[in-house]
Design a protein around this ligand. Structure first.
Ligand SMILES: *Cc1c(COP(=O)(O)O)cnc(C)c1O
Length: 399
């Protein structure tokens, strides 16, 4: 029996405290943005409705319990599905949780997974900490995909790619990898944090599953963590079953923040791209720099694939200092920067710097003979100020 959402002077105070304030109090229009709905319990009008909702929720997205999402998280799921060109999307507390759940959903003991040499470091770490103990074999393939064909096995169930790759943005021919995988009955998942659904869209290139750390550009303000997994209709069921089975959900407050970030995502990326290109071209002219890594540069390996498959670049760029650069002076370079924050993660409005430990980050590619690599995230500051800051950094470097 629904309790009428009205003042009930006949009820005791304790009861009135609990039941007051639920009536819709506004006459008039409605806000631009969806409301923030926080919920654990969801109430039904009668038993028949509750029974019907429970019967339908395996296939349909219904508001039946907080762990399965609220209208706020559903709204964000729809925005991400729109970005990714996906059938549906699930949200996770972090980008890493989204990666972990993808591996859990599509792999079982005895299976084999092919992982790109360029994957995000903690995803690589999952091969030792989780896959191996659960008898799921993992082989790394070259970040450009050149050796992937020969690495398939009869039990290969999943190819897990990241394009452009973490730290130095290697490009692979994803449609070609998809063709090889699908011909062998394997699915393809891609980490799409770099492209964030604006600059790159793995599902449009044939992948079945796309993972993003919404912590980065979708949120855009360095104040919230979240991960997303978007899939095609055919690939949806294992993800939905695992995710619901493990009780995976996100706070609607966090979802609301990420949703706010998505409204300016494309506009911010355009500005990150413009500023990053100014810095990238300036770095290419510095005598201390051996290589600048950014797929939008003509000299970047796989630049033609970037031209074909991406619609732009973002604020990320890395550079290799001349081999033999004094390691302590690299610390001095970083410490002397005033506008670049020293920290992991990226995708916020601000510029960041961190050293990229390439030898640790790759097992197929050999980085032992190369110079130190520094990763920058170019934020929305005026790029001229950033160049001056970097100039100061370079004066701290010693050969
Ligand atoms: C940051 C990042 C993740 C993980 O996201 P978190 O929200 O920090 O867990 C995954 N993939 C890539 C490529 C990333 O850069």
């Amino acid at each position: 029996m629904p309790i009428p959402h009205l003042a009930r002077p006949d009820l005791q105070l304790q009861t009135r405290l609990l039941h007051a304030g639920h009536a819709p109090v506004f006459d008039g229009g409605h806000a631009v943005n969806p409301p923030l709905v926080r919920a654990s319990t969801v109430l039904f009008d009668n038993v028949a409705q509750q029974r019907e909702m429970r019967a339908r929720r395996a296939d349909e997205r219904l508001f039946t319990y907080g762990a399965r999402g609220t209208p706020t998280t559903f709204a964000l799921e729809d925005i991400v599905s729109e970005l990714e060109g996906a059938y549906r999307t699930k949200l996770f507390p972090t980008g890493l949780a989204a990666i972990g759940m993808t591996l859990l959903a599509y792999l079982k003991p005895g299976d084999h997974v092919l992982m790109s040499d360029s994957v995000y470091g903690p995803a690589r770490a999952l091969t030792e900490s989780f896959l191996k103990p659960y008898n799921i074999d993992c082989t790394f393939f070259a970040a450009d995909g050149s050796d992937v064909e020969g690495k398939f096995r009869p039990e290969t169930r999943l190819v897990y790619a990241e394009c452009p790759g973490s730290l130095v943005y290697e490009m692979c021919d994803l449609p070609r990898i998809v063709e090889l995988a699908h011909a062998r009955g394997a699915l393809v998942a891609a980490d799409n944090t770099w492209g964030s659904g604006v600059q790159y869209r793995p599902l449009a290139l044939g992948a079945n599953i796309s993972v993003m750390a919404a912590t980065k550009y979708l949120s855009g303000h360095s104040d919230v963590m979240m991960g997303t997994v978007a899939t095609t209709r055919e690939a949806w069921e294992p993800l939905a079953t695992r995710s619901d089975g493990f009780g995976m959900t996100v706070s609607p407050d966090d979802a609301w923040l990420v949703m706010r970030g998505t409204r300016t995502l494309a506009a911010r990326l355009q500005m990150h791209e413009r500023h990053a290109m100014v810095v990238a071209q300036w770095l290419q002219g510095r005598p201390e720099v051996k290589t600048v890594f950014c797929p939008a540069l003509r000299e970047h390996p796989g630049h033609e694939i970037w031209q074909r498959d991406c619609t732009g670049t973002n604020g990320l760029l890395s550079f290799e200092l001349m081999p033999g650069t004094n390691a302590q002076s690299v610390d001095g370079f970083i410490d002397s920067l005033r506008l670049f924050g020293l920290g992991a993660s990226w995708g916020g409005y601000e510029s960041l710097v961190t050293e990229a430990h390439m030898q640790r980050a790759r097992s197929v590619a050999d980085w032992s003979q190369r110079g130190p690599v520094i990763r920058l995230h170019i934020g929305l500051e005026d790029p001229q100020d950033l160049l001056e800051d970097l100039c100061n950094g370079f004066s701290a470097l010693q050969p």
